[in-house]
Design a protein around this ligand. Structure first.
Ligand SMILES: Cc1cc2nc3c(=O)[nH]c(=O)nc-3n(C[C@H](O)[C@H](O)[C@H](O)COP(=O)(O)OP(=O)(O)OC[C@H]3O[C@@H](n4cnc5c(N)ncnc54)[C@H](O)[C@@H]3O)c2cc1C
Length: 290
């Protein structure tokens, strides 16, 4: 643990206590990122990105002590508490008609994570980090999840997973806001899903990850692009597009500058792989793979 500036560790038992955030506080999910960096002044933490004068972290507010129910199945779909550990998401028994739940495991495996991260990281923590390789983001975006946010000092609001993400380490949260839960409606859970990814090294950080969803009744198809781009992009089609149509749509919808460059892949690799993976998934759907 490298987090040297922490003076207080709060374990709230009521939601009100959890919302007593002030500058210098950070919400703790699984701690896999919070405990991996010094977190001293000048570090960027989600929600502080716009405030370079923000102090380092002096107080941790452990959201897991609130004991929110991790997963709730209802007629309308699935509610995932932000504090749900990624491993819990995989162990739950979902209704058999919710084909899209297979994404949970595929996306969890996409994290370049040791068993410690796999077991400790929370779904909400991964989403709030807003890293391009945040595969809980990929899953939530592809399934049109709706997030419930508790803004600091204000009433809860809903935000679509697509609108939430603004860029690398940047999202709709302001300092002191809490991501409370993630709702996925049954309509999306019943879709067929197809996913593929590439990274430069075996089990390395994802450089491109594409998910396609297919509605078996309407034949609508949607492609969601993450990891290669600074925030998720989606392209929906009324029916399966031709290879050429898909290529054109990707070029029209995803701006060139959305593909980024770092040690996990350069712009050319990320863009080419995004096209390639989408085409592979398109062929799979065309050939009737399920
Ligand atoms: C070796 C290693 C490999 C990693 N690989 C990946 C990877 O492949 N992809 C990837 O995306 N990340 C990766 N990470 C980063 C990180 O571990 C993951 O993003 C993880 O999912 C974060 O979840 P957590 O619950 O541990 O978050 P925490 O570390 O607890 O929190 C992360 C951030 O989110 C905030 N936060 C947490 N929960 C909430 C909430 N409910 N509301 C508001 N704010 C909240 C925290 O204050 C903090 O700023 C890696 C980290 C390490 C050390």
């Amino acid at each position: 643990m490298n987090i040297a500036g922490v003076r207080d560790f709060l374990r709230p038992v009521t939601d009100e206590q959890a919302r007593q955030w002030k500058p210098g506080c950070a919400f703790l999910g699984g701690g896999t990122w919070l405990y991996s960096e010094p977190q001293m002044s000048g570090r960027i933490t989600p929600g502080q990105a716009a405030d370079s004068g923000a102090p380092g972290i002096e107080t941790l507010i452990d959201l897991t002590s609130l004991k929110w129910e991790s997963l709730q199945v209802s007629d309308s779909g699935l509610d995932i508490a932000a504090t749900c550990r990624i491993h819990e998401l995989l162990e739950y028994q979902y209704p058999s008609k919710w084909f899209a739940c297979e994404l949970f495991e595929n996306c969890a495996k996409a994290l370049s994570a040791s068993f410690k991260i796999f077991n400790e990281a929370t779904v909400g923590g991964n989403i709030c980090m807003s890293l391009p390789a945040g595969s809980m983001i990929s899953m939530a975006a592809a399934l049109h999840a709706v997030y419930t946010i508790w803004p600091h000092g204000a009433e809860p609001v809903k935000c679509s997973s697509i609108d939430f993400h603004k860029g690398i380490l940047d999202n709709a949260l302001s300092p002191g806001d809490i991501l409370r839960s993630i709702h996925i409606s049954e309509v999306w859970l019943k879709k067929r899903v197809f996913m593929d990814l590439r990274s430069l090294t075996h089990i390395g950080r994802s450089a491109a990850l594409v998910i396609a969803t297919l509605d078996e009744e309407t034949r609508e198809v949607e492609f969601t692009f993450t990891a290669s781009v600074t925030k998720p992009y989606q392209i929906a089609f009324e029916t399966l597009p031709s290879s050429g149509e898909l290529d054109v749509a990707i070029r029209q919808v995803i701006p060139k500058e959305a593909f980024f460059d770092d040690q996990h892949g350069d712009v050319f690799y990320r863009e080419s792989m995004s096209h390639h993976l989408a085409q592979q998934l398109r062929s799979k759907i065309e050939n009737g793979a399920m």
